[in-house]
Design a protein around this ligand. Structure first.
Ligand code: 5GP
Ligand code: ZN
Length: 112
């Protein structure tokens, strides 16, 4: 279930030889190209979903969070933030579901 013109589908397929901080048969994690914090990792399902609105697979949703937790532990991040932007109004710019894992600095609240 990949979308032909989706960059994240291409990343997960290995087309760009992206370094994965975590990967298994359902998800991959890689560094954000434009980091907003010292640690900024994206965790994505291998299958294409435009956003959180399109996914109903609870096991996969849970797996994404577990993978993010594994990456945070691997990087020694005790404090961190997970973000899912859904829709342009909320800042979504890539329409392949992804979790942002942010950390390594003080993170203010509320976000902008
Ligand atoms: P969004 O704004 O959709 O929540 O997040 C999309 C994120 O993907 C942004 O933080 C952006 O920097 C990142 N991004 C966009 N294109 C690429 C890419 O080709 N490679 C990587 N590693 N990150 C990307
Ligand atoms: Zn995709």
């Amino acid at each position: 279930m990949s979308s032909r013109n989706c960059e994240f589908c291409k990343i997960q397929s290995g087309e760009y030889n992206t370094e994965f901080l975590f990967e298994d048969h359902r998800v991959v994690a890689f560094k954000d190209i434009n980091p907003q914090a010292p640690v900024h990792i994206l965790i994505i399902p291998r299958d294409h979903f435009d956003s959180l609105k399109q996914i109903n697979d609870e096991a996969l949703i849970g797996h994404l969070f577990t993978a993010a937790k594994t990456v945070a532990e691997k990087l020694g991040l005790t404090d961190h933030r997970l973000v899912i932007n859904t829709g342009p109004q909320a800042g979504q710019s890539v329409f392949h579901l992804h979790l942002h894992l942010l950390g390594g600095r003080y993170l203010g609240w509320p976000p902008g």
